[in-house]
Design a protein around this ligand. Structure first.
Ligand code: ARG
Length: 568
């Protein structure tokens, strides 16, 4: 049950208002508080405290209210009946959206032949959690891994291989795809090609120009370039999968990126031409997306570059069209670095003016940067931009050190699960839009706002349930404050998931998990469950609370895509 919504609706209905309930920090005064009297007094021209006294009996009449009292200038504090809380918490928590939609989610979006870097951490983690939230609420989602497999990097790699192995037959315009070529690419070498080529291109304009020619020819189906591309594409996709699998994210519904979108370019161009939206600028074909009321620079959207090649812009617009044709979604939501905000604003405007997709149903969730302890973008020990694998490795090492220091022995699977939780939880608990500091030592702590703390709490409840020899009883039991607070927090799960979805704020899930765990641990310390001197009816009732809390915690953990080990 969504406790907040239930209570709020009942009060508003009773009083004929629509005011928001407050959740007081200190529950000693009440579980909820309403300023309805203050709002109503304004329009009625009455004294708020007097009006509060008038409406108080109406509130106490509600069947779930144990007690209501007036506070301050006219707040009404409401205390709920324990029986009502107990009963409400008996059914499993299952939030549902009132307006289920079809949503395309664009996240991950890795690049061929560029190993996954720290920037891909957040798109993967936040995108995946958002997907899980939407699914739980009953939305139909499709996740699109919009792979960078068509642009300039492809051409740079081809040009680089040509430089290293000019004798290979791929570079001839007459290459026959049936020709067997004895050439293997080593994955580690492949990862080095792009950075090397792009540095080289910066200093060598001829090489740069050659790569640009290659790009145009490649996109027009040059057989040799294509054969070489297919070769490194396969290797690169495999490496990509290996790294991504370490993050325990749901499989993508589509691993289709720029190359797939390029198939729709002709159709989109027809639409654009029919509306006369393409114009020429410095030899390039562009879509003007500037508006009269713009007070920031709004450059044109690049349809083809001056060599006639497809661009990141054009394939992105084609991708919108493709998705519309494929899933016909109500919304498309993109998760990338904040630095791409301008690109998405342009894309959304281009979609709108071409009438391919409604501007208001396109959203960009831009995330901030992950910094090291020095406040600068996180680097590896040797000063290089950190790869995704480096980050996960660093956290695995930190977990292993911590575990061995504490004298425990845990198997590798458990260590991996703890490291996974450390990385993902730390990412999820921060507001997506802000930068955060990544420090392997602190994210792996078993105490405080960390992933391992969350897992530890789940393992603890699991162990109580395993050790219990009697069954939990859902029969109502009078509750102390720790028991009661825990159930109230369980009953806040549905509201949290709905809010997290509506605000596109995955951090609400992580922070809810932390608050829930704190209440679980307070309950665990103060309310003996399996201890011999605990009377059996209380033990059965507490086991029921453990069951309910465990179930809700696991649902929360599942939304974050963490794995709970069997021991810690
Ligand atoms: N591949 C791009 C990158 O790594 C992100 C693509 C995001 N999605 C999109 N439809 N543009 O920066």
């Amino acid at each position: 049950m969504n406790l907040y919504k239930h209570v709020s609706n009942a009060i508003n209905e009773k009083l004929g208002t629509s005011v928001n309930l407050e959740v007081p920090r200190n529950r000693d005064f009440g579980d909820f508080s309403t300023n309805a009297a203050m709002v109503m007094a304004k329009s009625a021209g009455k004294n708020p405290r007097e009006l509060a006294a008038e409406i108080l009996p109406k509130i106490t009449e509600l069947d779930f209210v144990a007690d209501a009292s007036i506070a301050g200038p006219g707040f009404i504090n409401i205390k709920l009946k324990d029986e009502f809380i107990w009963e409400s918490a008996c059914a499993p928590q299952s939030p549902k959206s009132d307006t289920p939609m079809t949503i395309d989610l664009d996240y991950g979006a890795y690049n061929v032949a560029k190993s996954l870097h720290i920037g891909h951490l957040r798109t993967s983690i936040v995108g995946d959690t958002f997907n899980r939230i939407a699914k739980l609420l009953g939305h139909k989602t499709y996740s699109w891994n919009h792979i960078g497999d068509w642009g300039k990097p492809m051409a740079l790699i081809i040009a680089w291989i040509e430089r290293l192995h000019p004798e290979l037959p791929y570079f001839s315009d007459n290459f026959d795809p049936a020709t067997p070529v004895d050439f293997e690419i080593n994955p580690t070498e492949l990862n080095a090609y792009y950075p090397a080529a792009s540095t080289f291109a910066k200093e060598n304009p001829d090489f740069q120009a050659h790569a640009q020619d290659i790009k145009a020819k490649f996109q027009n189906g040059h057989p040799g370039y294509f054969a070489l591309y297919e070769k490194f594409l396969k290797i690169s996709m495999k490496m990509m999968q290996e790294t991504v699998s370490r993050l325990n994210i749901l499989p993508f519904d589509y691993d289709l990126g720029e190359r797939n979108a390029a198939k729709y370019l002709d159709k989109v161009e027809k639409i654009l031409r029919a509306k006369d939206l393409i114009s020429e600028s410095d030899g390039a074909q562009v879509i003007v997306v500037k508006r009269e009321d713009d007070n920031k620079p709004m450059p044109p959207y690049m349809w083809t570059d001056s060599r006639g090649a497809d661009t990141y812009d054009s394939t992105d617009l084609a991708a919108v069209y493709c998705r519309k044709m494929t899933d016909n979604p109500d919304k498309i939501i993109y998760f990338t670095d904040l630095r791409q905000s301008l690109h998405f604003e342009q894309l959304f405007r281009a979609s709108q003016i071409s009438e391919i997709f409604d501007y208001n149903n396109l959203e960009h969730i831009g995330y901030g940067t992950i910094n090291g302890r020095d406040g600068k973008p996180f680097k590896t020990r040797d000063g290089n931009a950190a790869g995704l694998d480096d980050i996960i490795d660093a956290v695995n090492i930190a977990v292993r050190e911590r575990v061995s220091e504490s004298g425990k022995t845990l198997d590798e699977g458990t260590i991996r699960a703890i490291a996974l939780a450390a990385v993902k939880f730390n990412d999820l608990m921060h507001d997506v839009r802000s930068d955060y500091i990544f420090d392997p030592a602190s994210v792996t702590s078993f105490e405080g706002r960390t992933g391992p703390y969350i897992l530890y709490t789940a393992v603890r409840l699991n162990s109580v349930l395993k050790r219990a020899t009697m069954t939990a009883s859902p029969t109502y039991m009078p509750m102390n404050a720790d028991e009661r607070n825990l159930l109230i927090s369980v009953l806040d799960f549905e509201r949290t998931v709905i809010n997290a979805f509506e605000n596109r704020a995955t951090d609400m899930i992580a922070n809810y998990a932390y608050d829930l765990c704190q209440l679980i641990n307070t309950f665990y310390h103060n309310c003996p469950i399996l201890r011999e001197d605990t009377p059996s009816d209380i033990r059965a009732g507490r086991l029921h609370i453990v069951n309910v809390a465990h179930d809700t915690l696991l649902k929360t953990i599942d939304l974050m895509g963490l794995i709970v080990p069997s021991e810690m």
